[in-house]
Design a binder for this molecule. Structure first.
Ligand code: AMP
Length: 116
């Protein structure tokens, strides 16, 4: 197996099932299988990027596109008016567990700060 292969790559290729809410040529959004808020959606790039540590200047547009997707999906899911949080866990201290870049879109409840 390619060492950069993750469960998210299988979701991109539709080899395993996910509750997909949005897809285009650059990214995919689906519900987190273990939600930590009433609305918990993951936005991932189709391009293999293990984490925020590996992004390059050429990824600027892709990352902006992913944020626009977050904003649009939040509106569609009716969590935008009350507010939400977008999180990118990165590396060991960031508690990243799947090494394909992903944005967590969290909403539907009041968040706490600072995060745990
Ligand atoms: P992180 O800890 O930031 O790497 O987040 C990885 C997230 O992926 C966790 O919130 C998991 O619950 C979620 N996850 C893992 N496997 C799946 C899956 N097959 N479908 C949907 N979400 C998943």
């Amino acid at each position: 197996m390619n060492e950069q292969e993750t469960i998210f790559h299988k979701i991109i290729r539709k080899e395993i099932q996910a509750d997909i809410l949005y897809e285009d040529e650059l990214c995919l959004a689906f519900r987190d299988v273990n939600p930590v808020s009433p609305s918990h959606i993951l936005i991932i790039p189709k391009k293999t990027i293990p984490s925020l540590k590996e992004i390059e200047a050429e990824d600027k547009e892709l990352l902006g596109h992913m944020l626009l997707c977050c904003s649009e999906i939040a509106r569609e899911q009716n969590i935008a008016d009350e507010g939400y949080r977008v999180v990118i866990n990165t590396g060991e201290n960031g508690c990243q567990s799947v090494f394909q870049l992903h944005m967590h879109l969290l909403g539907g409840r009041k968040m706490t700060w600072p995060p745990g």
